[in-house]
Write a protein that binds this ligand. Structure first.
Ligand SMILES: *Cc1c(COP(=O)(O)O)cnc(C)c1O
Length: 364
């Protein structure tokens, strides 16, 4: 039986993406060849890459606005260093908002390239909220933020207005909600959380911000070289890019980002209402900053963990154990997770309360 998959990433994808990619491994486009054995320069794969890149810009509303979409490799983690390599001037500086583990990893890499100003951090409260009221230095080469903090379950609901280029790690909430994407100059995201199989990294960059640092950039790390080569500078992750195309086509059929956003909101509201209502659970992040993708929550009485774990596993739920730095539980509700799966989790939480609420009170 198919599990209710709450994994934080790699994670659930639409069932039709699994089916179509399985088919393409056996026979791609009725070519008599597997997608795993064709040249990335073949007509059929060039068409996949072109459509995937175009669909990204179309779905984000960035067509004809000076942006390029690239499918690279190395994960979001390689972007942590490609961003400063391509955007930080020699003797320049960059501004970072520290909202969690991934933001911190990005900062670590930027420090190798120049001065890194941390405009604000919520580290002293274990990243349970998004800092407000900070100033971005006017002379920074760019400002970097993380739209959704996968581990801590917080999400930026708005983004600062600034004259410096804005770079955003959207690994865990890209294509999940409508935003004015023109406010960003560079967006990057590992594919494996809302877009496709692990192995591809999406970069969407406004071309005019590139080529200004005076640095000599190794070819494979140079966004301009990848743009020139139409995202085929070297062999791309053919299969992962194909799964991204299938997911983007699925998303377009659903009605695009605006349609999926409504469903994502309904899913998140259902689960957070139960976390707030249920006497045995509590949320870990500030209510105003709660992530609609990754809901983090704890048991009021940790001694009941074994009993709760047994109950959700029996209900066919998979992957809700929290990250070790937060503990408790994390339910990742990416685009492809059906509402029905959230209902199953909420039903388990209610059932758990009806069985254990007496014991919980005794223990307190
Ligand atoms: C998962 C994640 C990363 C790391 O992605 P990789 O593709 O494994 O390098 C970076 N940032 C965020 C916000 C993430 O959720």
């Amino acid at each position: 039986m198919k599990k209710h998959n709450y994994s934080a990433g790699p994670c659930i994808l639409p069932q039709e993406v699994f089916e179509k990619s399985a088919q393409a491994i056996l026979d791609f486009n009725h070519s008599g060849l597997s997608i795993l054995e064709i040249s990335h320069r073949s007509k059929d794969f060039v068409a996949v890459m072109e459509e995937a890149r175009a669909l990204v810009l179309e779905l984000l509303g960035l067509e004809g606005k000076g942006y390029q979409a690239l499918f690279l490799q190395g994960g979001a983690s390689l972007e942590f260093l490609m961003v400063p390599y391509n955007l930080m001037n020699i003797n320049g500086k960059a501004a970072y908002l520290d909202t969690g583990t991934w933001a911190n990893n990005a900062i670590k890499e930027a420090k190798l390239f120049g001065e890194t100003v941390i405009v604000a951090s919520s580290k002293d409260q274990n990243y349970n909220h998004i800092p407000v009221d900070y100033t971005i230095p006017e002379d920074a080469d760019y400002f970097h933020c993380t739209s959704n903090n996968t581990i801590f379950g917080t999400q930026m609901k708005s983004f600062p207005k600034t004259n410096v280029p804005v770079v955003c790690d959207m690994s865990s909430d890209i294509f999940s909600r409508t935003l004015d994407f023109t406010q960003f100059d560079l967006i990057y995201a590992g594919a494996q959380k809302n877009m496709g199989a692990a192995g591809a990294t999406l970069v969407v960059v406004k071309e005019e911000i590139l080529g200004k640092t005076g640095r000599t950039i190794p070819s494979i790390l140079d966004y301009q070289k990848h743009i020139k080569a139409e995202s085929m500078y070297n062999t791309p992750s053919v299969f992962a890019v194909y799964t991204c195309l299938l997911t983007l086509q699925w998303l377009k059929k659903q009605g695009g980002i605006a349609a999926i956003e409504k469903i994502n909101e309904a899913k998140a509201n259902l689960l957070y209402s139960e976390i707030d209502r249920n006497t045995l659970f509590k949320g870990t992040s500030a209510v105003a900053d709660r992530s609609f993708m990754n809901a983090t929550f704890l048991l009021e009485n940790p001694e009941l963990q074994e009993s709760f774990d047994k109950m959700w596993k029996e209900a066919g739920i998979s992957g809700i154990t929290g990250h070790r730095s937060v503990g408790g539980y994390r339910a990742s509700m990416y685009n492809a997770l059906p509402m029905e799966s959230v209902q199953v989790l909420v039903d388990v939480m209610r059932e758990f309360e009806s069985v254990f609420s007496d014991q919980s009170q005794l223990a307190q």
